[in-house]
Design a protein around this ligand. Structure first.
Ligand code: CP
Length: 336
């Protein structure tokens, strides 16, 4: 029998087993009901302290981690870079050591550079939760996406999921590719050629670690090897969306693009944006996800974003339950 989730830190989906992912999702299901009560508060984390350390802007992630902590009765402290001594030149490690000296139980960190949560976890006695590190991972986003899919499709295994847009810079895409393929979905990615990597080293490396020698040799060939492979790179957005159960649209991440990856936003909207015509290629009961913030009229048409097939606000709602589960598990709770 697979061990229950007993990790201290949540740094990425890549290192989690299928059983651990299911354990977090099941724990989130249990917490979900609390968010529907008139008094949305339970004493589960009374006496615990959670620090939200955000070096990048956030609406959804920071607010939902704060709400999650407060609904579990933990004390939550928010620190943003503009109000911290990082702006006076303090190093990241010194900031972490100083926060750690105040004995928090959990530090939730978002940073523009990949690997920062991993660095903090090495020096911190508190549990570290990755709230998004550069273009690397956004594990709680993938978990809340999975919770949304599970709620509406009752399963993840066997589903066909199209991820469309700026794959290259997207930590959401990386975490979702790991999670969805571990849980048995088939993922198809598409976007401008300049924004879709062809080699997917991060995925191949992770798969190779858990495969036997002979399976490892086949992994590179299996990416892009057609509809039966766990991960397929499509040349056209229409090919990715065709027959999909889930269409996940990614934001154009202009803040991470150091050069022009496509001529104009208008051309991006015409060639890659999700319109009702493109969505009609998906299964009739296909659902639409977007991690937010949305660029309406660019990667997604407003009438699609506001349609009954769009579960964008459900994603935000489930984000609170997922973050309650993650804080609970990071501070000593068990999926048992
Ligand atoms: N999806 C997401 O991470 O949104 P925020 O940047 O608002 O946290």
């Amino acid at each position: 029998m697979e061990k229950p989730y007993r990790r201290r830190d949540l740094l990425g989906i890549r290192e989690l087993s299928e059983a651990e992912i299911r354990g977090i999702l099941d724990t989130a299901e249990n917490f979900r009901e609390i968010n529907t009560r008139e008094i949305k508060k339970v004493p589960t984390l009374r006496g615990k302290t959670v620090i939200n350390l955000f070096f990048e802007n956030s609406t959804r992630t920071r607010t939902s981690f704060e709400l999650a902590a407060k609904r579990l009765s933990a004390d939550a402290v928010n620190i943003s870079v503009s109000s911290s001594s990082v702006s006076k030149g303090e190093t990241l490690v010194d900031t972490a050591l100083n926060l750690d000296a105040m004995d928090p139980d959990c530090i939730v960190v978002r940073h523009g550079s990949a690997g920062v949560p991993h660095q903090l976890a090495k020096v911190s006695r508190a549990a570290v939760v990755n709230a998004g590190d550069g273009s690397n991972e956004h594990p709680t986003q993938a978990l809340l996406d999975a919770m949304t899919i599970r709620e509406h499709k009752k399963k993840i295994s066997g589903l066909e999921v199209a991820i469309v847009g700026d794959i290259l810079h997207s930590r959401v895409a990386r975490s979702n590719i790991h999670l969805l393929t571990k849980l048995g979905a088939k993922v198809r990615v598409a976007g401008p050629g300049t924004l879709v990597p062809r080699d997917f080293e991060f995925f191949i490396d992770a798969e190779n670690k858990k495969s036997s020698e002979s399976e490892s040799a086949d992994m590179r060939a299996s990416v892009d090897a057609g509809r039966d492979s766990a991960l397929q790179v499509c040349d056209h957005v229409e090919d990715a969306i065709d027959g999909a159960d889930v269409v996940m649209i990614l934001r154009i991440q202009r803040e991470r693009q150091d050069s022009a990856y496509f001529p104009t936003l208008r051309e991006y909207a015409v060639h890659y944006g999700l319109t009702n015509e493109r969505l009609d290629l998906a299964k009739k009961d296909a659902i639409v996800l977007h991690p937010g913030p949305m660029n309406r009229g660019i990667e997604i048409a407003s009438d699609v974003a506001d349609s009954s097939r769009s579960l964008i606000l459900d994603q935000v709602k489930y984000g609170v339950a997922v973050r309650m589960a993650v804080l609970y598990l990071a501070t000593g709770g068990s999926t048992n």
